[in-house]
Structure formats: C-alpha cells, structure tokens
Design a protein around this ligand. Structure first.
Ligand code: FAD
Length: 475
C-alpha cells in the first residue's frame, strides 16, 4: 500500500481527518482538486464572516438613533466596497496558507488533482496536466463536500445571477437584489447587502420566511432582521425562471397552484436555495456503493454503507454525508472516522452540534426543535418543558442597548434533561455553546442551575433559562 489513509477533499472534514490521522502516526495523503480549505475557507464560513464583520460595523456606525442613545453624535459613514471585499480575500488567503502549512508540518502528503475510486483501497488521481496515477491505501476517506444547488429554470452568469460562491467576492452592490431562499445563507447575505445600502427582496418557496428556524425565534428575528430593514418578502412562491441580464427577470409561480403570480425585474439575484453533495464523479460504483440523491450513506461510525452494510476500509465525512451540513460537523466526523480507523468505536452526537446564523443580531440553536421534542415526549411518555429567557432582563444587553432577544429552552419535565435551545439576540452564536455542552452531557437543569455565571454578561440569559426550568420542575 502507498499510504495508510487517503483522504479525498481538503475541506474542513478532510483537513481535520488528515491532520488527526498524521498526528496518530498514519502515513496519510490528501487529494484536492481545487483550493485547499474547501468551501468553508474559500467560499463559505470564512469570507462570509469577514463580510459580515465589516458590513456590521457600517450598519452600527450608520444607526444614528442607536448611537445617539449612547450620547454619541455620528458622522457620515463611508466605506469602500473593494476594500471590504479585499478584507475577505486576505483572510481567506491567510487561513488557507495556515491550514496548508499545518498539514505539511504534520507530515501529510498533499496531492493536487481530481480523485475517483478505482476499486477497493484504490484511488485514481487525474492531475491538471492530464496525467493519471493510481494510489493505494489501507483506508480511504471521502470528504468531497457540497456545491450550491441551483434549481431548474434558474440560469446563473456569475454576475447578475449568482450563488454564494460569487457573492463572497462582493464584486458589486446591486441597487435591488433578490435573494432566493431564506435559510441561513440567504439571511447572512441579506444582512451584508442591506448594511451596504442595497434593497433586498427575499423569495421563499415555503409558506413563511425562515422556515427552518424555530417559529417563535423566526417571528422575533424576522421583525428585526427583515421587517425593520430594506427587505420585502414573497413567500409561498417559486422562482420558476430567472434570466440573467439588465434587468434580471424573475418569474414567480404559486408554490401550490404553479400559476404565474408575478414577474420581478431586479438588478441582481442571489440564489441561496441550499446545497447538493459533490459525489457524481467519484465512481462510487467501483466499490458497489449507491448514493442517496448524491449523499453517501454512512453508519454512526462514518463507515460507508452499501446495501446497508459497511464497505471495508471506506469512510465518508462532511457535507457529502448530508448530516447537519456545517464545518464543525465535518471536522467532528473526520476525527471520529480516524479514531475508528485506528480501532476505536466512536460515534458523532449530532444532537449536541450547535448551528448559528451570523446576522446582526445572531440566531443559534442546538438539539431538538420544539416539534421534534414534542414528538419525542409523546413517544416516550414524558412531559415537555419550555421556558423563555428574554434579553430585555439582562443587564449587559441593556447596557449595549441591544435588548431585542429571546432564548427558548426545551427540557424534560421529569428528569430536567436539556433537549434543545433556540436563541435570537446579541452573540447568540457564542451563547449556544454552553447549552451544546449541556446537551452533549445529557445534563439536567437540576445541576446546571448551580453553575455560576459571570455578572454582567449575556451568559446570564442562559442562567435565567436554567433557573426558570428548574423552578418548573420543582413546581
Ligand atoms: P467542502 O468544504 O465542500 O470541501 C470538499 C473539498 O473536496 C473541496 O475543496 C473540493 O474541491 C474537494 N473535492 C470534491 N471532489 C473532489 C474530487 N473528486 N477530488 C479531489 N477533491 C475533490 N459552516 C459553519 O459551520 N459555519 C458557518 O458560518 C458557515 N458559513 C457558510 C457560509 C456559506 C456562504 C456557505 C456556502 C457555507 C457555510 N458553511 C458554514 C458550511 C460549510 O462551509 C460546510 O459545511 C463545510 O465546508 C463542509 O466541509 P466538507 O469538508 O464536508 O466539504
């Protein structure tokens, strides 16, 4: 064998797997067809958060009413679109370079090219010069990630109709931008573009915007992030046809009746309708594996399944497995897969994986949705507890004049076990980690209530939820 482990794809999942494998002494190679770092570093988390950081400051400094409540008289705020874009590009380059260096330092062999499976424990790599070679390894791990999903009828040109792959470069600030999809990617870009002066129309196929969020959180967040901004919304409609140009034409049909309801003419369209797994060119048939709508089926230990049975020495992690498509999920899966390759018996606890939307303010969640918690309560015969903790009652949030916020905590009324939490408010993405840790340990609010929180901090929003929940148990 050429290697102990070959990893296909150097995104967050592949990176963490390869690094962990090398640290554990495995002779490891990683194959990447595009830029090192994958979606997160080059086209996802990293550049989008850089844009949100810069545009968030523009929004804050432009909010005269908010600043004057602090006694601050704002001046005229000016920004340079290209400089904001450069900030994102620079950050991407730094993180990509650091990540590549850390793999090299760990002793991982980086192979440039497009990989496909050539049979059990065999990977064929096509390099950019056309040369193909076959590498062998005791174990092979697939971490090929995902790409933006563009529905049928929508034509992209990368300029007037584009996906997040292009939006992260912030090449223009269209006066009127339509964003198709109101998931976390659509919301984050709406935050960026409106802060920089664009008008946004958000189009959602389901009957309410932000359909994937907790309904109470979505109601409050929608007021602050959508209704109070230069954003109008259309829900229950499909963008059945989008034609690039100047203007861009969007045909909207009713999601139920499929009848044409409106034709919009806008300056640009961002298509944020989800992501699809990157697996079509992997030649999965060579190892007898059939994907499920492109997703590679895996067991809890990240072994690839064929007909429900693990394929020896074949593993998959990250977006291509379709479980909570987030960078930290991919990384966690990568480490677990390598532990199992080394003879361990680990699984990923998906319930305790938090998710965040980095709008201003942020939205976050962990664990079960209220609907799933209710279903579990009915199935297992326990009473579901739900309490709300408001940022309005938090000294730090009040000091920041940022008291629009809510945390909903879901717990078992019999044992007090925390089942989930949903937060909208200042630094919600940081606040959720504490609850995620509690969910991971299946902790009860009976114990959590004795954990001391720093005063005055936003973390007291969580403390207050725990106290209310513990009170509800005792009552
Ligand atoms: P990817 O990062 O997609 O990496 C897969 C790699 O495999 C790619 O580099 C690809 O070129 C390579 N590859 C594919 N096929 C082959 C082949 N045949 N041969 C060789 N190489 C191949 N997640 C968060 O947790 N937090 C966030 O804030 C966040 N923000 C996001 C914002 C945006 C705009 C987007 C689009 C995504 C965001 N995500 C975020 C999601 C996150 O980027 C992904 O979940 C994560 O990148 C998945 O990692 P991965 O390793 O599975 O795949």
């Amino acid at each position: 064998m050429d290697y102990d482990l070959i990893v296909i794809g150097a995104g967050y999942g592949g990176f963490d797997a390869a690094k962990h494998a090398a640290d554990k002494g495995l002779k490891t190679a990683i194959i990447e067809s595009r830029e090192m770092g994958g979606t997160c570093v080059n086209r996802g988390c990293v550049p989008s958060k850089a844009l949100l950081a810069a545009s968030g400051r523009v929004r804050e400094l432009s909010d005269g009413e908010h600043l004057s409540s602090f006694g601050i008289t704002p001046g005229t705020v000016q920004f340079d679109r290209q400089a904001i874009a450069d900030h994102a590009t620079q950050l991407v380059e730094n993180i990509r370079a650091n990540l590549t260096k850390s793999l090299e330092r760990a002793g991982v062999t980086i192979v440039r090219g497009t990989a496909e499976l050539a049979g059990p424990q065999q990977v064929a790599v096509r390099q950019s010069n056309g040369v193909e070679r076959v590498l062998s390894a005791t174990d092979v791990l697939i971490a090929t990630g995902s790409d933006p999903f563009v529905p049928r009828g929508i034509e992209t040109d990368g300029l007037t109709v584009f996906t997040s792959d292009d939006a992260v470069r912030l090449e223009s600030l269209p006066q009127w931008l339509a964003i198709i999809g109101s998931g976390y990617i659509g919301l984050e870009f709406a935050d960026v573009y409106t802060a920089l002066g664009c008008e946004v129309t958000m189009i959602e196929a389901l009957d309410r915007v932000m359909p994937t969020f907790d309904p109470d959180i979505a109601k409050l967040a929608g007021r602050k992030l959508i209704e109070s901004r230069d954003i109008d919304t259309r829900s229950g409609v499909f963008a059945s046809k989008v034609i690039p140009g100047s203007p861009v034409k969007i045909e909207l049909i009713d999601a139920g009746t499929k009848e044409l309801v409106e034709v919009l003419e806008v300056d640009a369209v961002l298509v944020a309708t989800g992501r699809v797994p990157t697996s079509a060119d992997l030649n999965l048939a060579a190892v007898g594996v059939e994907s499920e709508r492109g997703f590679i089926p895996v067991d809890d230990g990240l072994r690839v399944l064929a007909g429900g049975n693990p394929v020896p020495h074949l593993w998959a992690v990250g977006d291509v497995t379709g479980k909570l498509m987030l960078a930290h999920t991919a990384a966690a899966q990568g480490v677990v897969a390598v532990e199992n390759i080394c003879g361990g018996n680990r699984t990923v606890d998906y319930r305790s994986i938090p998710a965040a939307t980095f709008t201003h303010p942020e939205i976050s969640s962990v664990g079960l949705s209220e609907a799933d918690a209710k279903a579990l309560a009915a199935e297992q015969g326990f009473e579901l507890g739900s309490v709300r903790s408001y940022f309005k009652a938090n000294s730090k949030a009040l000091a920041e004049l940022e008291s629009d916020g809510l945390m909903k905590l879901l717990f078992r009324k019999d044992t007090g076990e925390v089942l989930g939490a949903h937060i909208f408010g200042l630094h919600a993405a940081d606040l959720i980690q504490e609850v995620a840790n509690a969910v991971a340990r299946r902790q009860s609010v009976r114990d959590l209530v004795y954990e001391v929180h720093t005063h005055p901090t936003l973390s007291e929003v969580v403390e207050s939820a725990y106290k209310q929940a513990a009170h509800a148990l005792a009552a």
